[in-house]
Design a protein around this ligand. Structure first.
Ligand SMILES: C[S@@+](CC[C@H](N)C(=O)[O-])C[C@H]1O[C@@H](n2cnc3c(N)ncnc32)[C@H](O)[C@@H]1O
Length: 218
């Protein structure tokens, strides 16, 4: 070893520069051994930023939904049967859930034979709805879209389900009047459409009311 060191010492300067450079480049290669996973991606700072961005997206879409319709509160499991009875879905009918949350009503309607579509803008319930749909036997009947329902035309709906904040119901009534065909059914949970005459009000002790409407001739 000593001999080697003395040998290196006695080399001309161009040789020692060359060996320094090649040592440096081989250490760079060692650091980026796996080109598919650059070490900077795995750093704790980057992970924190990703988590922060995910939380921001969840919060932003949750607040957006709250302003545009309602925050996510699911219909009680016990009330799903009441919805199916009121909706009286016939095979092939089109059912829309405006703000479908975790997709429970859309999946229930799909299981009853409807072509069921849910629209959702809050990322967290949207992902649960997507997952729930995947686990359904008849998933071909069911679709979950990441869309704001105010931008959806309802002209081909047979049944529309609504569980939203009453402050938007006046605007929603206008939309229904413009877009829904006469004879289409609207079912609301908890709050009624103030300007409409319900066909039936379903009441059950300890549970919110459910209102069913039939769109009149224009
Ligand atoms: C009270 S929850 C009802 C959820 C579901 N329909 C149920 O009954 O279980 C209202 C849902 O509507 C969604 N929402 C609110 N405004 C919306 C909009 N403009 N477009 C799509 N979804 C909306 C919310 O994110 C929330 O999940």
């Amino acid at each position: 070893m000593e001999q080697l060191a003395t040998l290196e010492k006695n080399q001309p300067s161009w040789y020692s520069n060359f060996t320094k450079q090649s040592r440096a480049s081989s250490s760079v290669e060692r650091r980026t051994e796996n080109p598919c996973v650059p070490s900077s991606i795995l750093g704790p700072g980057t992970m924190l930023t990703v988590v922060f961005i995910i939380i921001l997206v969840l919060l932003f879409t949750f607040s957006y939904a709250g302003l545009r319709g309602a925050p996510w509160v699911p219909t009680k499991n016990n009330d799903m049967a009441r919805f199916l009875r009121l909706a009286n879905i016939q095979p092939g009918e089109k059912m829309y859930d405006l703000g479908c949350g975790d997709g429970r009503m859309v999946c229930a309607a799909g299981s009853a034979g409807a072509q069921a579509k849910g629209f959702e803008v809050s990322v967290f319930p949207f992902l649960i709805a997507k997952l729930r749909r995947l686990l359904q036997k008849n998933k071909k009947n069911i679709s979950i879209a990441f869309r704001d329902f105010w931008f959806i035309n309802l002209r081909d709906a047979d049944v529309v389900y609504v569980f939203l904040m009453p402050k938007i119901y006046e605007r929603l009534e206008e939309k229904f009047k413009k877009e829904l065909r006469p004879g289409a059914r609207v079912i609301t949970y908890v709050w009624p459409l103030e300007a409409w005459q319900p066909q039936e009000i379903s009441e059950e002790k300890g549970f919110p009311k459910m209102y069913s409407y039939i769109v009149p001739q224009h």
